[in-house]
Design a protein around this ligand. Structure first.
Ligand SMILES: Nc1nc2c(ncn2[C@@H]2O[C@H](COP(=O)(O)OP(=O)(O)OP(=O)(O)O)[C@@H](O)[C@H]2O)c(=O)[nH]1
Length: 418
């Protein structure tokens, strides 16, 4: 194996909080920067426990080193005991899941899940490290926790996936233990799981049939291409020890449903043990990278633009509402929020002080006959007289007068503008 460096020992954390993620210096940093802009592709390695993810990561790593394109590696599995490759960023350097178990009184799965949650709170920094190296590498490999559901169905897994996929081209490599998938029922369960991940992440997807040194994956390709062959295998091998085949019709219909799913992915057979299929795997990754750029990226940009447009519209609406509240715009009132008097009329509609209900002081002012003017000129003249008088009487200085919004805003009071 080309890269068998011992993994760095996990640091002992005094408290189960995520410390600052650390970046190990491995060969990725030494990769020669290519001419022009480089855009690495992130490969998220996901699979059931024991499917061979970690061994495969080591194989990918050694293969890429042999091609002179060392990858940048992230390990997100806090419980991995032996890592046969050196990761650039290792979750175990940041959170000690055993410490998390002790402090939070959790079992192993709860500890792994909580460790991942804690790490997620620092993931923006992790992404910062990855982005900094983006110019130097072609591939970023991400190993995920052995308990697949901890990553695929947790909020932190979704946050991490979204964060990575919105910053760099990302593809999912779903690792399958081929020798353990030869029964039609296990095959179907694995495919349904893969399908759910594909529809959840919506990222370009590669089915990686691992351990083909033990069992070639031809049967799987055959079942995916020709559903009648799968039906035949079901009829032949789908019976339990009592000769029952009650699951067969369900699985038969399932394979029809999965036909569309099979069309939208690539499948390769590999062996982490012998290194078979590496060239085909990376060709599939490059193909999926292109798919990300043609299909996923425009969709991502569309969603992002939609989100920004919504945020902009909300900002405009807030500004408009604020201006209305301050009586600086047309003063249009919102029909739904305008309060009404007991007589059913809207007091804001007749309030010259602004688009809010009159308060007692304003009512008193308007009820005073002296304050009614026949024309706007007359009102302005009266105001100028008042201001001249106010100059001679500093006690009338407006600065000392508290203006309070009436009605539903009576809890707010603001000093009068100077
Ligand atoms: N024959 C054979 N064995 C393999 C291959 N890949 C992995 N294995 C073996 O499968 C077992 C599980 O491999 P791991 O790499 O630990 O699998 P994993 O998916 O990372 O396991 P978890 O972290 O527990 O989920 C180990 O005994 C490996 O030696 C392969 O291609 N061929």
């Amino acid at each position: 194996m080309a890269d068998t460096a011992a993994p760095p020992a996990p640091s002992q954390q005094p408290t189960p909080q995520a410390s600052q993620p650390a970046e190990s210096s491995t060969s990725a940093g030494k990769a020669p920067a290519g001419a022009g802009e480089k855009e690495p592709v992130v490969v998220l390695v996901i699979g059931m426990a024991g499917s061979g993810k970690t061994t495969l990561m080591q194989r990918f790593n050694s293969y890429l080193h042999s091609k002179d394109t060392p990858p940048y590696i992230l390990n997100l599995d806090p419980a991995v005991s032996h890592m046969p490759y050196a990761a650039n960023i290792d979750i175990r350097d940041t959170v000690d899941y055993k410490e998390v178990m002790t402090q939070y009184n959790l079992g192993p799965n709860g500890g792994i899940m909580t460790a991942l949650n804690l790490f997620t709170t620092k993931f923006d920094q992790v992404l910062g490290f990855v982005e900094k190296r983006a110019q130097d590498v072609d591939y970023v490999l991400v190993d995920t926790p052995g308990q697949i559901e901890i990553f695929t169905w947790s909020a932190s897994g979704a946050i991490i996936t979204d964060a990575i996929a919105s910053s760099l081209p990302t593809v999912v490599a779903y690792v399958i233990d081929t020798p353990r998938t030869t029964s039609p029922a296990t095959f179907m369960s694995n495919m349904l799981y893969a399908c759910s991940i594909l529809y959840k992440t919506r990222l370009p997807f590669i089915l990686v049939f691992n351990k083909v040194d033990v069992e070639p994956h031809d049967f799987a390709l055959e079942w995916m291409e020709d559903f009648e062959k799968f039906q035949a295998a079901l009829a032949e091998r789908g019976r339990d020890e009592n000769g029952e085949n009650y699951m067969n019709s369900l699985m038969g219909s399932m394979c029809l449903v999965l036909e569309e799913f099979y069309n939208s992915l690539r499948a390769v057979g590999v062996s982490a043990m012998t290194g078979q299929g590496m060239k085909e795997f990376f060709a599939a990754v490059d193909d999926a990278h292109k798919e990300y750029n043609t299909d996923y990226k425009p969709e991502l940009e569309r969603v992002r633009a939609e989100r920004e447009a919504k945020a902009e519209a909300a900002k405009d609406a807030n500004l408009e509402r604020m201006l209305r509240d301050m009586g600086m715009s047309g003063g249009g009132k919102s029909a739904s929020s305008a309060p009404t008097t007991s007589a059913g009329e809207d007091p804001t509609a007749t309030n010259p002080f602004g688009p809010f209900p009159r308060n007692d002081r304003e009512d008193a002012y308007l009820d005073n006959e002296d304050n009614h003017y026949d024309s706007e000129d007359e009102r302005i003249e009266a105001q100028m007289e008042f201001e001249e008088e106010a100059d001679d009487h500093p006690e009338l200085d407006a600065q000392d007068v508290e203006v309070s919004f009436g009605g539903n805003r009576s809890d707010l009071s603001f000093p009068a503008p100077q």
